[in-house]
Design a protein around this ligand. Sequence first.
Ligand code: FE
Length: 203
Amino acid sequence: MSHSHTKPPSDPALRIKAIETLMLEKGLISLEAVDEFIDICENRIGPRNGAKVVARAWTDAEYRKRLLADGTAAIAELGFQGGQGEHMVVLENTPLVHNVTVCTLCSCYPWPTLGLPPVWYKSSAYRSRVVIEPRKVLSEFGLSIEDEVEVRVWDSNAEMRYLVLPMRPAGSDGLSEDALAGLVTRDSMIGTGLPKSPQGAEP
Ligand code: FE
């Protein structure tokens, strides 16, 4: 005879729960603070924020200028600021330069505009190899960069976080800012991808 049990949570989940319970008991954190942090991670930060910044830069030349001159301030104009986004530098892709970002030491990443980093961004393979052989790593992401285009790799750190401003895709002329934002992928703002092609996008 068999009957089913609810599976126990995974080991890391149990460990996190145990640590959280201890910290709550000792008064080191409050439930409200934990809830607030989870809400920030789930709802208030993420790559859709970065996509809005990029779409604004594609449609507003003055905004683009401000964004490239002072990333932190221009991004804050759209309401995106806070932890891990205090010192933002925006890197403009051009027909001759393709920018890629990494944190070789750990996993520094612009939370307000991109959310939490993907697993591969934190992997030692990406962190070490993208500096040494960026074109090869990008090709593994399915991105082939023409020989005449210079690939620049930028190492984030506790002081500086980067956001790549990808080139506006061809054929996107008639699209609204919202529709343009829909073309902007997370990876295109890290530099390991390109924006989606506008084919089939709602104008
Ligand atoms: Fe780091």
